[in-house]
Design a protein around this ligand. Structure first.
Ligand SMILES: Cc1cc2nc3c(=O)[nH]c(=O)nc-3n(C[C@H](O)[C@H](O)[C@H](O)COP(=O)(O)OP(=O)(O)OC[C@H]3O[C@@H](n4cnc5c(N)ncnc54)[C@H](O)[C@@H]3O)c2cc1C
Length: 275
């Protein structure tokens, strides 16, 4: 029977990061096995995401997490070598507010500035000056991240962290976790669909949207379930210069990617005619 001190279930960005930081930053000397059901990551949120990073959150905790992410981006070459690159483009977020949404935007902005985020609260006139192609008629304000916000290549980022974890001593294996053994409240083994069992001292649930299913294997009710999300890619013949990621008052967000735009609709809304 295979054995590991720690088994990580799911090997996308969370699983790979747990393995990397355990081995590299914390110097964990025990064995770490990461079990990933699909090493192509075709259906992982990590590779299907909009891969954007922002400082514009409403709580100090979330802002701190993003600041850590940003600091990590700045350390990529030191950590992974001179060629390390995730195609990070610091394009900024522009979050728009109507009269009704203004107090929330102002409140969030206050929290962000107190936490050291480089976010500017703009009037409609200021936005029109900076982004002349933007329809500001029904807007009260916009919050624009002047630095520390943008988007990157999720595949390149995952590849770096995964390879970094392997170089630091973690082992990745292909398999689908279908069950676990436990004794006295501790996981003692992880069972795979092909019949293999990996004995372990602890297991870490990094199964993303499947985390609820994995927790249920231990009788734990974790309210996480997959929900459908859709990003559309729009071909644009005349891209707007210096376009940030824009979150409209309707909940739609859109960002440029070379000559095309990525557009995400809210679950119930319809796109407006902002651009
Ligand atoms: C459309 C969309 C856009 C997003 N945009 C952004 C964004 O712009 N910025 C941002 O910060 N976040 C964004 N997110 C959120 C972000 O993608 C996720 O928070 C992050 O990728 C979660 O990583 P994860 O490793 O936990 O999950 P995942 O990437 O889903 O990885 C979980 C892994 O576990 C594996 N797995 C599951 N069950 C098992 C099992 N039983 N056995 C073995 N392996 C298993 C899966 O194959 C998968 O690879 C977006 C998400 C979506 C869906």
């Amino acid at each position: 029977m295979k054995q590991a001190d720690i088994v990580i279930i799911g090997g996308a960005i969370m699983g790979a990061s747990v393995a990397y930081f355990l081995k590299k930053d914390l110097g964990f000397e025990g064995s770490v096995i990461v079990v990933e059901q699909d090493p192509s990551y075709a259906n992982s949120s990590t590779t299907l995401s909009a891969a954007s990073i922002r400082q514009q959150f409403s709580t100090p905790e979330n802002i701190s997490l993003s600041q850590f992410g940003l600091q990590f981006f700045g350390e990529l070459k030191d950590r992974f070598g001179e060629d390390a690159d995730i195609a990070y483009h610091e394009g900024g977020y522009l979050i728009l507010a109507s009269e009704a949404g203004l107090p929330i935007l102002q409140n969030n902005h206050k929290t962000q500035v107190e936490c050291g985020a480089d976010v500017d609260l703009m009037t409609p006139g200021e936005m029109k000056k900076t982004f002349p192609w933007l329809n500001v008629d029904d807007l009260a304000a916009g919050a624009y991240g002047r630095s520390g916000e943008g988007w990157f290549d999720a595949h390149m980022f995952l590849d770096l962290v995964r390879k970094g974890a392997i170089a630091a001593g973690a082992h990745f294996t292909k398999g689908t976790v279908v069950g676990m053994d436990q004794l006295g409240g501790k996981v003692t083994a992880v069972k795979l669909a092909d019949g293999e069992t990996i004995a372990c001292g602890a297991a870490v649930n990094c199964a993303g949207a499947n985390a609820g299913k994995v927790a249920a294997m231990l009788g734990i009710d974790l309210p996480i379930e997959p929900r459908k999300r859709t990003i559309f890619v729009i071909d644009n013949k005349k891209p707007h210069p210096n376009m940030p990621l824009i979150t409209d008052t309707s909940g739609v967000y859109i960002r440029p990617e070379g000559d095309v735009y990525n557009l995400r609709l809210p679950s119930t809304g319809r796109p407006g005619s902002r651009l």
